[in-house]
Design a protein around this ligand. Structure first.
Ligand code: NAP
Length: 267
């Protein structure tokens, strides 16, 4: 059994615990949160053990730092006093590079990950960066954890802000599109509920097509676009109004903000 300790038991920790409970029997789980009631609640729900910080750090072989970026600095200070040789730290905090952990805890094995909120329905896609000291076996453990909540992709540390721009923030882009389609549908004569239902289910169905049909997004789009038909007319408006450029600008802005956040963290 792999002893996995969660430091921070908020939304993300709860999603990962749900995924592990459904998809893996290899983990013995320890939970610690600054608010012990939170860890207790999840421990009851997911057959895990709530414990204090020293017990978790000394017992677990793998720690998942599931706290907000603002809490990482203090956490690294707290971890410094422990012997962490042979242990793996997995961190989900956005905007904090691997070097921050490797400098604070020299020699420690760190995997930096960027999941997305679809963890909650075990359909996340997670970008993962492997630190210098991470062994093959430790990399496999990180893969096992994040495949329990969806799919994963190994990338370089310098690519993680691009991962944020595509898949980290990506769910919100599609929610916005769905929101707008529902609002417009209501203006076109449907009730708000009808338009909302149709827009949501369209996104869900299109997502499933992308997952299950081997054709590319472009091929799928072309398959529903007959020349001079209704879809064609709609797509022409997107093309003429520069949707591609707009999406590009939005994703660049996301990337820039992620870079700024890294800068702010380094101080
Ligand atoms: N939710 C997602 O799907 C998702 C997706 C991608 C990335 N992330 C990243 O995952 C991280 C966690 O997100 P979340 O949504 O799970 O946040 P969250 O719900 O706020 O959970 C974090 C928990 O950790 C606690 N905490 C803070 N400092 C701590 C410490 N030193 N030791 C132990 N516990 C501590 C917090 O307590 P307080 O509330 O009292 O501060 C809170 O209960 C963030 O860095 C976020 O960017 C999340």
């Amino acid at each position: 059994m792999i002893k996995l300790g969660f430091i921070g038991t908020g939304n993300l920790a709860a999603s990962i615990l749900k995924g592990l409970q459904q998809n893996s029997k290899d983990f013995e789980i320890y939970l610690y949160d600054i608010l012990p009631e939170k860890a207790d609640l999840l421990a009851r729900q997911y057959k895990a053990r709530a414990c204090d910080f020293p017990e978790l750090v000394q017992t677990a072989d793998v720690f998942l730092l599931a706290v907000k970026p603002k809490d990482i600095k203090d956490l690294l200070q707290d971890l410094k006093v422990y012997k962490l040789g042979g242990k793996l730290i997995i961190t989900v905090a956005a905007g904090i590079g691997l070097s921050v952990y490797e400098q604070a805890l020299p020699g420690v094995a760190v995997v930096r990950v960027m999941p997305n909120t679809s963890c909650a329905v075990l359909q996340a896609v997670t970008g993962m960066v492997r630190g210098q000291a991470v062994t093959e076996q430790q990399a496999k453990i990180a893969e096992q954890i994040f495949s329990a909540v969806g799919k994963y992709l190994w990338v370089e540390d310098r690519q993680i802000n691009a991962v944020t721009a595509v898949s980290g923030s990506g769910p919100a882009y599609f929610y916005l599109f769905t929101e707008v389609m529902a609002q417009v549908g209501a203006k076109l004569g449907l009730s708000k509920e009808e338009a909302d239902f149709l827009a949501r289910e369209t996104l869900v169905g299109a997502g499933r097509m992308l997952a299950e049909d081997s054709r590319s997004p472009q091929e799928l789009r072309e398959a529903v676009t007959s020349p001079n038909g209704t879809t064609y007319e709609a797509l022409e408006v997107f093309r003429k109004q520069g949707l591609k450029e707009l999406v590009g600008q939005a994703m660049q802005a996301c990337l820039k903000r992620a870079e700024e956040m890294e800068g702010e963290y380094r101080g």
